[in-house]
Unconditional design. Sequence first.
Length: 149
Amino acid sequence: MKRIRMQAGEDGFTLAEVMIVLLALSLLTGAGWYSFQSFHKSVQTKAFLKSLKKDLYFTQQTAAVNESFVTFVFHQDHTYSVRMGAAKVYKKVVYPEFITVEPITMPLSIVYNPRGNISQGGMLMIRAGKKRFHLVFQIGKGRFYVEER
């Protein structure tokens, strides 16, 4: 086996230099991880809002097509469901733990009548980390929109 010998004037790194480099690497890795987590939550929030809008339209269309009452309900276990009557569940969706839905001026259940309209307008608050959104339902034709607060 061949041995490598240091020549005169070639010194290794000192312990202080190695520690500084390791500290810099750990700080960069930590900052990258933090920004990745916030980016990931942002993507999950956008996906949740998009899915929520689609499911609300689905609920409205189901009520109109089947000419019956269909209920969209937010549950406390971070799920929401679409059901016709008391027994038939069309859809149940689990959403991330950091997202919460709270009532402001209406309950956590939205009832669509056989014409696709809602029985009560109002507002719900969606909290996703530090971001807040209002889900606003307009009485009449079952229209709704989401606005960031």
